[in-house]
Every structure is written in C-alpha cells, then in structure tokens.
Design a binder for this molecule. Structure first.
Ligand code: AHR
Length: 503
C-alpha cells in the first residue's frame, strides 16, 4: 500500500533527526525524539528520572520461534549435530540465548499455528506423524513439540508465550492444551502430560488467541465478528481451566490491511472483557513501494510504527469507552522486524521438504540501524506496549544464523542484544552528517559514562556472513565526561549508539 498520505508522512519523517531512549533510575523509561536538519545545531536531550514514561517491562524485548524453515529444526533442535546435547538441543544456541537474556519467546507460530494440531507434537517420538504444514508447504516431523519447547525454554531461561490454533483448531482444543500444560494432575489432559513423562505442570501464563486471523492468507481466516466470538469462547474455556491466564487477541496484521483498525474494533466489541492484550504485527522494507529504495526514508520508518501503536491504542480505548470497562488493554507487538527480500518464491515455499531455507533474510547495516530505531520506538511506548517479539530469533528473519559448525551474528543482533542489556540508545538517521548531542540531567546526574559503543559504517548495505562475520560489528566511542550535570559528544552519521551511565 502506498497512498499519497503515506508518502507525505515518510517525507516529513525522513528529515534528519535523532531518536533516543533511556532507561534510568528504577527501570523506568525516558525517551526523546528530536528533529534537526542542521548539523551545527546541538541536539539537547533533557533527562529527568522523576518524569518517566512507564516501568520497564523486559517482555518488550521478547522474540519468536515458528515451525518454519530452519528455526526449530537445524536452528534450536538438531539431534544429529555434533553441537547438540543428548536431548537434541543445540548447545551453542542455548548458551547464546541464555546469555542474551531473551525474556519471552512466542511459539509455535505464526501462520504455522493456524493448521497445527498440538497433539501431533506430544507423546512418544516414534509415534508422531509427519504432517504437511500447509502454511509454508513444508513437512513437519513433529519431533519437536510442546514438551521439547518447554524444555528449551527452561534451558535458556525464558518464558513461553504460547500461540493457539484458532484457524482449524477449536476453543475446546485450545482449552485442552492449557489443561495439558498447566493443570497438575487428575484430569484427562494433565494425566496425558504425566503419561508422556512430564510430572510438573508448566504454568504457562501468556497465550495468543490465534495468529493474523484478519489475513486472507491465514488458514481458517474469518470475519472480525466471527473471530471475536471464537476468541471469546476460547478465552472463557481457557479461563475455566486456569483463571490466572493472560490472553492476547489478534489485532490487525498491519496498516496495509484494508480492514486495519476496523478489524480491531469489531474483534474487541466481542471479546474485550475476556482478554488482556491486543496484538500488532509489522514488517518493514526498503522497497520501491514503501520508500523508493531511499535509505533516509527507510531509517525513519520507526515513526510509522509509533503511529500504528497510537492508532491501535485509540481503538482499544474507544471500545473500552463503549463497554464502560475499568480495564485498559495493553498491546503485544508480537511480530516486528525488517523483512522484504526473502519474502516470495522459493524463500517462502518449503516444497514439501523438512527444514528448507525459508525466510533467510540477510541483514545489512541500514537494517540494524532501523531495528535500533524500532527498539527506541517500543521503549517510547512502554506505557501501553507491554510485550513485543522480534520476529524471529534463529535462521528465519533472524539475528542469529546457524550452520553445522556454529553460529553467525547478523547485523540486527547488535541493537537487539543492547536492548536486552543496556540503557541509553541514540539513532542518528542523518546519512551524511554527524550531530552533536548534549545530555542534560534535570535531577541527579550520574558520575560517569560506563560504556559507549556504536554501530556505524560507510556502507549501509554491508552485511555479515559465515565467511566474513566481522563486517558490521560495534566499535567503541570515546566515553564522554560529565560536567555540571551535562555530557556532550558527537554521534557519527548513519549510527546507532549505546551510552551507559553510572556511579
Ligand atoms: O514471521 C513470519 C510470518 O509473518 C508469520 O508466520 C506470520 O504471522 C507473519 O505474516
């Protein structure tokens, strides 16, 4: 979709500017967005830890693993590999994800989930069927299923965010999976789990009620009202099994949908009282259609994400008003990333094979800069976006790639890993000029900069590969000093910088 208003928006947004996000005292977020096209002007950022956006919910930096391509098989699970443990889990991947500290991982889809029968993926492995996954035209051997995923989550120290099949699946089957996962014993499905060798319930707290049900590409696609009623029924049955669940209804697949926002409103009219959050999805591309291939416009697309958030919040609050509800929904941005190259033809067709190379997007420097900007935008909206998933985590539109010998960190790995660990991020989306930045602390200033790291380069199209894994990697910046409650430093053109303050 490329409407005149969208073109105007991107033009305005692509004037040079600096976008910052900061997480200071007590895990609360501060953020700023500036616009200056004059590099001789100093960009001033005023930080006041008494005036914050919201408490930091680490679930803002979650991720996603779908039964798609090599995400699961050859990605996190590869029993034949020299790098795997006795359960078939890739040890190098487990170590990397554990070290990154990914807080929550959505599974098993994605489009895949809308045709998935979870019963195919549990029980003795030799009895599990090989199933044709119609979403990606691929074979799923079902050797990895719910229990293996829970085992992986435990190994990496993350929380599962379980997706439910509300396409071909029924609300009854959804509630059965909740019972299988969360009830200790003494019922049909909890006893089946125990029979499968897993005595302890998993107590999965957060669940997605289907995936992209507004999309005509989705198996079981239906109207908003039909989906809203189905989600309501599923939510009621699931809450009978476990009243403590937090449930996320399917919002629009993105602003490109003709039903954008109207879908969200109609769905929520049916299920507002039964859910806690609403999902948003968005993939960005430096395409002829969206940006005309103009990198300056591409790097401004995080502003379009912010607009999508604001519009979706408005719909949630409209329905809240209709319902006179005391409850305020939060947003789950449970799929977001750059994705536009590996998006058609053989890149999305598994040709009835197992572990085909699907959606293996190669990320360059400009993608990493935009991912940094998108992270800043999520942080700036932390008052309503409580959960978000970089889509995806391994091999499929992913920061981390595997081969039989090891792993590769793609360019987008760096802004994502910084989000998981650090504090103040600055995107300079000016492609040609450095900008001077001055941080002004309005209350107590920190004693010093602890670290100062930067992702930049001359070539926006540079990418990492297994042969050249160091083409795009962070470099250190001189640490700025703090005097009189102020720190001043330059951020180079085309850069995403991390500043950590302390003491
Ligand atoms: O993440 C890849 C796909 O993108 C997901 O399966 C789907 O939900 C979205 O369209």
């Amino acid at each position: 979709m490329f409407s005149p208003s969208r073109r105007r928006f991107l033009h305005q947004a692509s004037t040079a500017g600096i976008a910052c996000s900061a997480n200071f005292a007590f895990g609360r977020f501060l953020s700023a967005q500036t616009q200056t096209s004059n590099p001789s002007e100093v960009v001033r950022v005023y930080l006041d830890s008494r005036r914050t956006v919201a408490p930091l919910d680490r679930n803002l930096f979650g991720s996603f693993l779908e039964h798609l391509g090599r995400a699961i098989y050859e990605g996190i699970y590869d029993p034949g590999s020299k790098l795997s443990d006795s359960n078939g889990l890739r040890k190098d991947v487990v170590d990397e994800i554990r070290q990154l500290g990914v807080p929550i991982v959505r599974y098993p889809g994605g489009n895949f989930v809308s045709g998935y029968n979870w019963l195919d993926g549990v029980g003795p492995k030799q009895d599990r069927p090989r199933v044709l996954d119609k979403a990606w035209n691929a074979i799923n051997s079902n050797q990895f299923g719910t229990n293996e995923f829970m085992m992986w989550c435990k190994a990496v120290g993350t929380e599962p965010l379980m997706g439910l099949n509300l396409g071909t699946g029924t609300p009854e089957e959804a509630a059965a999976l909740v019972e299988y996962c969360n009830v200790e014993k003494g019922t049909k499905w909890s006893d089946l789990r125990r029979k499968h060798g897993f005595a302890e319930p998993y107590k999965v707290k957060r669940w997605c009620l289907g995936n992209e049900m507004d999309g005509p590409w989705q198996i079981g696609h239906m109207t908003a009202t039909e989906y809203g009623l189905k989600a309501q029924d599923a939510a009621r049955q699931m809450h009978y099994v476990d009243p403590s669940l937090q449930l996320i209804a399917c919002g629009s697949s993105g602003p490109f949908m003709p039903t954008y926002l109207e879908w969200d409103r109609e769905v929520l009219e049916q299920c507002y009282d039964y859910v806690d959050g609403l999902s948003l999805h968005r993939y960005f591309g430096n395409t002829a259609e969206d940006t005309g291939g103009d990198s300056a416009k591409f790097l401004a697309m995080n502003l379009s994400m912010e607009r999508q958030i604001a519009e979706t919040v408005a719909v949630c609050d409209l329905v809240r008003g209709h319902k006179r509800s005391p409850k305020k929904l939060w947003l789950s941005f449970d799929e977001w990333n750059v994705w536009y190259r590996a998006r058609s033809g053989d890149a999305v067709n598994g040709h009835e094979q197992e572990a085909a190379h699907l959606l293996e997007e190669v990320y360059n420097l400009e993608d990493a800069l935009l991912v940094g900007g998108l992270i800043n935008s999520l942080i700036r909206n932390a008052d309503r976006v409580k959960l978000a998933c970089l889509a995806q985590l391994i091999n499929v539109i992913a920061p981390i790639m595997t081969n039989s010998n090891g792993m590769l960190r793609q360019t987008i790995y760096y802004p994502y890993s910084w989000a998981l660990q650090f504090a103040l991020f600055i995107l300079n989306r000016d492609l040609s000029k450095a900008h001077a930045v001055e941080i002004n602390w309005q209350d107590q200033a920190p004693a010093r900069a602890l670290s100062s790291v930067l992702l930049t380069g001359d070539d926006l199209k540079a990418f990492n590969s297994f042969d050249a894994p160091q083409r795009v990697v962070p470099r250190t910046l001189d640490k700025p000093s703090i005097t009189g409650g102020r720190a001043k430093f330059d951020v180079p053109a085309r850069s995403y910088a991390l500043m950590q303050w302390g003491g």
